[in-house]
Design a protein around this ligand. Structure first.
Ligand SMILES: [Zn+2]
Length: 483
């Protein structure tokens, strides 16, 4: 039996169970003569079937000898070295003598190489082989092209994941381990509470509805979905109090001053329906679905479309039921939690690099110095763990490390709001338009986005989403795709 790309198989074939076990069962008749091959590009650590099988095997690696010192070794990506920005200088550093092994040695190395077990099989009749693209024969995928692919992938998580899976033949570790809140505390930026730093181009909010309060975080988003926490508001009183909803409505009507002088309104606010859905539907209906998106979180990863909907659900208005009177979006919260944690781990340019014109990598999450340690603890309150289901399948699941996690939930909803607003799919022209409305993009010498706000303008209600101060008073700009 030859089973190809087993990591792409579903955990269960309908209700029949694990498709690999089902296939293997068909070969039992042939007892000692049977052979079962499982082959695959690995996917996610903890979910990967091929990794599980390989780890239970004798874990063979292909050993080759260094042409300089003769030391036998298997090839690891970490030892492929090149000058940054010059993949053509790629060479392999021998792990024994550290001498550079050039590509042209590969043919002879492969010819004299051999498979060696690096572990003992759980079942002696099982053997496993691992091979990465570093072993590609000359003329196929060269070390130079691998180095080039890595440099090209470097700014995008999805590209790095594809690189690890397909070039290195390694699983991708979902960065589900919670970042340390103290590290986040130490690198907080400085902009006043309730103000939007220069890089922020639109605002979204995520509202987490609890029994006795509604917690709202306002996030600014820039190019590459770089983000800044702009405000943290706790509305006392639960969803059964009309006053709580009036306060939330007032929050959506007010504006936040941008570092360049404009006034910005929240483009989209996603409200969690998990605690008291009818109250959210009724309020969202009054408020209008252009600005408000009721959301329902579901477990699981969905990279193709982390948000789906809207679906139409019933709402009540003055005690009367209105069929399909409200809209509801479904959010794959795991995807956005994992993305947030990945983005929190991104390397930041040093002050020196920033001064030389470097920018923060896409997705960088900026947190302000007015945010308290309790908020930070909530922000990193969960971690991704692998759990076994009742039927023995591995599944990734987010588990709470602390009781309170509102900051993380609110962030996920605010991120979903950005997705619903369309930010994941905007063409370059739309980003340019947003910059133009804020008067950005025309000053190349703009300080880095973590910079201090120049002036603190007063906030007042605005009909438009972006209000810009001009020499002859105020003009209101409404963006066609945010309104
Ligand atoms: Zn050597």
């Amino acid at each position: 039996i030859f089973l190809d790309e087993v990591d792409a198989y579903p955990a269960s074939a309908d209700e029949e169970g694990d498709p690999v076990s089902l296939a293997e069962a068909r070969s039992l008749t042939f007892a000692h003569r049977r052979k079962v091959f499982l082959v695959s590009t690995p996917t996610i650590r903890g979910l990967s079937r091929i990794e599980r099988e390989y780890e239970a095997s004798d874990q063979r690696r292909f050993f080759v000898a260094c042409p300089h010192c003769g030391a036998s070794q298997w090839l690891k990506f970490e030892r492929l070295r090149w000058e940054k920005g010059k993949p053509e200088t790629a060479a392999y550093a021998c792990e024994a003598c550290d001498a550079a092994i050039a590509e042209h040695h590969k043919t002879a190395m492969l010819e004299h190489g051999e498979w060696r077990a690096t572990a003992t099989s759980v079942d002696p009749s099982t053997i496993g082989f691992h091979l990465s693209a570093l072993y590609s024969p000359v003329g196929w995928l060269s070390w130079e092209r691998i180095a080039r692919a890595w440099e090209a992938a470097h700014s995008s998580d999805e590209a790095i994941r594809a690189f690890r899976n397909t070039i290195l033949g390694e699983t991708w570790v979902e960065t589900g381990e919670a970042p340390d809140w103290r590290r986040l505390y130490d690198r907080r930026g400085n902009w006043p509470a309730g103000t939007v730093p220069r890089g922020g181009l639109f605002l979204t909010a995520g509202a987490d509805v609890q029994k006795d309060r509604i917690e709202v975080d306002v996030w600014a988003w820039g190019r590459g979905l770089e983000s800044w926490l702009v405000d943290h508001v706790v509305i006392d009183g639960g969803p059964e109090h009309a006053r709580s909803w009036d306060t939330l409505a007032a929050l959506l009507a007010r504006t936040w001053p941008h570092a360049r002088g404009a006034e910005m309104q929240i483009a989209r606010c996603a409200v969690d329906t998990g605690y008291e859905a009818p109250a959210v539907y009724a309020w969202a209906r009054r408020q209008g679905f252009a600005q408000v998106a009721p959301v329902k979180g579901v477990e699981g990863f969905n990279r193709a479309s982390p948000v789906s909907g809207p679906t139409y659900v019933d709402a009540t208005e003055g005690g009367r039921r209105i069929r399909r009177g409200a809209r509801l979006w479904t959010v794959a919260v795991s995807t956005f939690k994992a993305e947030t944690y990945r983005h929190l781990r991104l390397d930041r340019p040093t002050a020196e690099e920033l001064a030389a014109g470097a920018s923060f990598p896409p997705g960088t999450v900026h947190l302000p110095d007015w945010v308290e340690s309790e908020w930070l603890k909530q922000f990193v309150a969960e971690q991704l763990v692998t759990v076994k289901t009742k039927r023995g399948f591995a599944r990734l699941e987010w588990q709470k490390l602390r009781e309170r996690n509102e900051a993380l939930d609110a962030r996920v909803y605010a991120r979903a709001a950005a997705w619903i607003a369309g930010a994941d799919r905007w063409p370059e022209a739309k980003w340019r338009d947003l910059e133009a409305q804020l008067g950005a993009g025309d000053d190349a010498a703009a300080p880095p986005s973590d910079g201090v706000l120049a002036d603190g303008t007063t906030a007042e209600p605005s009909a438009g989403l972006i209000r810009r101060r001009t020499s002859c008073g105020r003009r209101v700009f409404r963006s066609s795709y945010l309104g």
